[in-house]
Design a protein around this ligand. Structure first.
Ligand code: FFO
Ligand code: GTP
Ligand code: MG
Length: 470
């Protein structure tokens, strides 16, 4: 629970910059006196009240809507005051400063400060309080940020599902199942003579298998959610002039990178996030790979290798009009060898044969893709292949909830404890205390997702990544 003496906090809740409307938000134990100072009246609970926001001298800073959410019926679970003003950065700053100033004034009615110790909120602090006051669990609080940060519609929809508690409900159902099973085992531990009977009578094996299957399903959907949230890094590499920049432009549908017939055009890495069926792909166009005596080009090529090494998928582009050229094969071998050397074998390499329009009828190796960045031919095949290597399951979009690496790790930890538990009951002579311990650990891993079981330092890390005012 939130310590009752936690300082009240204030922040501009809306994005920085100009907007039609902007909101200053205050959360604390009792904001009524502050509201009176700013609006000159007592606000009815949860009703938008129009009027001036008053300067210390009584003159208006702005006219707008004031809202009082009495605790605990607010976003944070505390008393919340919202001032909805015109959305100019200066107006909102003035209003925020005025809140801090008015908070320190003595209220003549009570003889005390209106809202002692009011201070600016840290990033994520409103949502942190919502978590500490049980308005949201941890997975929901994270979903708030994921919803704000969503880069595609699918990511926004799945964040919204997590925020509504769908992910948490699945975790709770698993935890409930584990608790049932643990109670059974613990009871058996207390009455050792009935051990074998209890295990078989209650079909512990069957229950464990069920839990493992359910968990596997949640894991699969969480992986999809993580993919929607984070996307994958796709690096386009290849010899100079193969058409890498043309391919980036074709995928992005915009002239982002410079394209010329001169080999060695691209030096800086050009990055663009595109989406395919709602999955974000961070596509990088890099400098053509070759031995170069040009200092600038060499740096570009170094950068290209740096990104190739951290790619989730590599598009190796070949130029069909040059495959018969004298130096082509040797260069190609060198590039493939370097890639095999630097890239973990788990990273998929997709070979693309470009300029198919200029080499009609040219055959390409099985499993490779022939395309033309110029005409767009073959791009659909490439998009489908990218979704496939990303691990996206078409049509999975509906049941997906947003998930983070933290969640995936917790799910995996839980799964491995369940496996260890199953190994105990699969044998002839189960060690019940080991079984009980594995079940306990499996449950703790799951509970860390919703924050029912978590370390304080984890909370700090999670909420610090929010934006200010959230
Ligand atoms: N103006 C405004 N819009 C906003 C927010 C806000 O803080 N202010 N939100 C900020 O993120 C989101 C909405 N989140 C909110 C969540 C709960 C409550 C609330 O009053 N809860 C009460 C009553 C619930 C009910 O009547 O069903 C409660 O939990 O008891 C308000 C906003 C998005 N839109
Ligand atoms: N006919 C044909 N020409 C293409 C195609 N794609 C690219 N080109 C041409 O190939 C030349 C090189 O294209 P770029 O996209 O700049 O190639 P790049 O791989 O980025 O080259 P560097 O940046 O120098 O490594 C340009 O003249 C393009 O117009 C294609 O599909 N068909
Ligand atoms: Mg280029």
């Amino acid at each position: 629970m939130l310590a009752p003496h936690a300082d009240p906090i204030a922040a501009i809740a809306t994005a920085s910059g100009r907007g039609a409307v902007g909101i200053v938000r205050v959360s604390g134990r009792d904001v009524r006196s502050l509201a009176r100072a700013l609006t000159g009246r007592d606000l009815a609970p949860r009703v938008a009240t129009y009027g001036p926001f008053k300067e210390a001298g009584g003159g208006p800073i702005d006219h707008g809507l004031a809202l009082h959410f009495p605790a605990p019926h607010s976003y944070t679970g505390e008393d919340v005051l919202e001032l909805q003003a015109h959305g100019g950065p200066v107006v909102l700053q003035l209003l925020l400063q005025r809140c801090l100033q008015a908070a320190a004034e003595i209220d003549p009615a009570t003889g005390a400060e209106r809202l002692p110790r009011l201070r600016l909120a840290r990033p994520g602090e409103f949502t942190e309080r919502a978590f500490l006051n049980d308005k949201l669990d941890l997975a929901q609080a994270e979903a708030v940020m994921d919803l704000i940060d969503a880069s595609t519609e699918s990511a926004a929809r799945s964040a919204s599902r997590s925020l509504a508690g769908e992910f948490s409900r699945e975790i709770h159902a698993l935890v409930d199942g584990l608790i049932q099973l643990r109670m059974l085992i613990e009871a058996t531990l207390d009455f050792p003579e009935e051990e074998v009977d209890v295990l078989s009578a209650h079909d512990v094996r069957g229950q464990l298998l069920n839990l493992q299957q359910t968990l596997a399903g949640v894991q699969a959907r969480a992986r999809q959610g993580a993919l929607l949230r984070e996307g994958i890094k796709v690096v386009i590499a290849g010899q100079p002039n193969a058409g890498k920049s043309s391919l980036l432009n074709a995928l992005a549908g915009a002239e982002l990178a410079i394209v010329t017939p001169i080999a060695g055009t691209t030096r800086d890495v050009v990055q663009q996030t595109i989406q395919i069926e709602g999955v974000p792909l961070h596509v990088l166009d890099t400098a053509g790979l070759r031995q170069s005596s040009d200092e600038v080009e060499r740096i570009g090529i170094e950068r290209a290798w740096g990104h190739i090494e951290s790619a989730d998928a590599l598009l190796l582009l070949h130029d069909l009009t040059r495959v018969a050229a004298p130096d082509y094969a040797a260069e190609d071998r060198a590039i493939r060898a370097a890639i095999a050397d630097k890239l973990p074998p788990s990273v998929p390499v997709i070979h693309l044969w470009n300029k198919h329009d200029a080499a009609p009828g040219a055959a390409v190796p099985d499993g490779d893709i022939a395309l033309s960045a110029r005409t767009g031919d073959g791009l659909d095949a490439l998009r489908q292949r990218l979704l496939q290597v990303a691990g996206w399951q078409a049509g999975a979009g509906d049941g997906v909830f947003i998930a983070r690496q933290r969640h995936l790790q917790a799910l995996a930890a839980s799964a491995s404890h369940l496996e260890a538990a199953y190994a105990q009951v699969a044998g002839a002579a189960p060690f019940l205390d080991l079984l009980a311990e594995e079940l306990r650990l499996a449950q703790n891993a799951l509970s860390a997702i919703t924050g029912d079981f978590s370390a304080d330092d984890l909370l700090g890390v999670i909420f610090a990544r929010f934006c200010i005012g959230k």
